[in-house]
Design a protein around this ligand. Structure first.
Ligand code: OGA
Ligand code: MN
Length: 209
């Protein structure tokens, strides 16, 4: 693993500002291209090794496979068993957590995340991340790992700006290196189907249980 420069304090400040003013932010090139390449390669290796599972909806006893709601597959990150690039990522996200806490006093206590693959045609219907039983998720942070993504590939993250989840929305292209952050309890969002495999690292900053 090569040492790469970490995300700048300017990018942390832009993210905190976005979360404060509108509740969401898109930061392009949040990670260095070398780290991005390594995260992508490691994710693909785990995908090909069959380490992913179909994502489920709900928590605890109510957790179910609901393929009409979501068709992505996930591989949870285990803090005690990270690959070299994932350790660098964990450190990056920890620095961001602290910077956002210092700016906004959100009391973000920890991070949880998984690698995510949307096979071609997969989607995730409109939802809120902070569903019943998972109230501790305060800020969603998604890093895209895609190489050379084009608009016609689809797979946009559609973020609904009104609290109702209807009305105006923005479509965010899942370009490699982009970090999207938003307040988990506030924004309905969905993932549109793509024509190619769509890779990301999806995570949440949580308050204390
Ligand atoms: C999620 C999710 C959005 C994306 O995993 O909860 O909404 O752009 N992901 O991958
Ligand atoms: Mn979501």
């Amino acid at each position: 693993m090569t040492t790469t420069p970490g995300a700048s304090s300017e990018s942390h400040a832009r993210i905190a500002e976005g979360l404060y003013t509108t509740g969401w932010h898109v930061e392009r090139q949040f990670v260095d291209p070398v780290l991005l390449r390594e995260l992508r390669a490691e994710s693909l290796a785990r995908w090909e090794a069959g380490s992913f599972r179909h994502a489920r909806v709900g928590t605890g006893a109510e957790k179910r496979l609901q393929t009409e709601v979501r068709r992505d597959q996930v591989c949870w990150l285990d803090e005690t068993d990270l690959t070299p690039a994932q350790s660098v990522w964990w450190n990056e996200i920890e620095l961001l957590r602290r910077a956002v806490n210092e700016a906004l006093f959100l009391g973000l206590f920890s991070y949880e995340g998984h690698l995510t693959v949307y096979p071609p045609g997969a989607f995730y219907r409109k939802h809120l991340d902070n569903f019943r039983g998972a109230r501790h998720r305060r800020v969603t942070a998604i890093l895209y790992l895609n190489d050379g993504w084009k608009r016609e590939d689809g797979g946009q993250l559609r973020l609904y700006l009104d609290e109702s989840g209807d009305g105006p929305f923005v479509d965010i292209e899942p370009l490699g290196g982009t970090l999207v952050t938003f307040l988990s309890e506030r924004f309905y969002h969905e993932v549109l189907p793509a024509t190619r495999e769509r890779l990301s690292m999806t995570g949440w900053f949580r308050t204390r249980d």
